[in-house]
Design a protein around this ligand. Structure first.
Ligand SMILES: N[C@@H](CCC(=O)N[C@@H](CS)C(=O)NCC(=O)O)C(=O)O
Length: 198
């Protein structure tokens, strides 16, 4: 069976787990400790990040987008990355914005984790503004994220991570329509099963 190196908190690993659940692909989930990275992780992904997938022949795949692309290739149905070029690049664009928002959220977590007593306030404020702008972008595109696809999954993972770490940012109040979408979207069994836990 393929092995997925992951953490239960990682929004990127969560996207991969949701893809696998939707496609009924069994993965052997191997937990990683990112404060003491295993040799296995560093050997398979020298960038030291989860998720990393190890195929049955030993080949490693790093990065959630690459792994999801592989799972889509392995089992095309249900389609989560459209093939029709117009739809495909629309979704991939939304997917990239969702990933950008998650990257920014994760960078805030690291800043707070590393500089607890001396956080860079202007950095945090500029990062929060990016998150705000991304959420606003998606709130004005609700029809495009109605269905289950790479971008809607990625966005739900990003918002899930935001709620998990920074529920006090106030985005629930600022984006009620998007959060109504989110609360409904996370009822999908694959999302319920992968909610972040410490
Ligand atoms: N672009 C990567 C990002 C993966 C990533 O940043 N993962 C975080 C956990 S949420 C990580 O492994 N961080 C460890 C580190 O950067 O040292 C992906 O999409 O898989």
């Amino acid at each position: 069976m393929m092995k997925l190196l992951y953490t239960t908190r990682s929004p990127y690993a969560r996207k991969v787990r949701i893809f696998a659940l939707e496609k009924n692909i069994d993965l052997d989930l191997v937990p990683e400790d990112l404060t003491a990275k295993s040799e296995n992780l560093l050997k398979n992904n020298p960038a030291g990040k989860v998720p990393a997938l190890i195929l049955e022949n030993g080949q490693a795949l790093a990065d959630s987008a690459v792994i999801c692309e592989y799972l889509e290739y392995l089992k095309p149905e249900p389609r989560l990355i459209p093939t029709d070029p117009e739809k495909r690049f629309q979704i991939l664009h939304l997917d990239a914005v969702a990933k950008g928002m998650t990257d920014v959220t994760v960078s805030i977590f690291y800043e707070q984790f590393l500089h607890k007593d001396n956080v860079n306030k202007p950095f945090l404020e500029s990062r929060k503004k990016i998150i705000h702008d991304c959420l606003s972008f998606f709130e004005s595109r609700l029809p495009q994220i109605e269905e289950l696809h790479a971008a809607s999954i990625n966005l739900a993972c990003g918002i899930g991570y935001l709620e998990f770490r920074f529920a006090d940012f106030g985005f629930r109040q600022q984006f009620p329509e998007l959060m109504t979408w989110y609360d409904k979207f996370i009822q999908h069994p694959s999302l319920k099963k992968t909610a972040p836990v410490e």
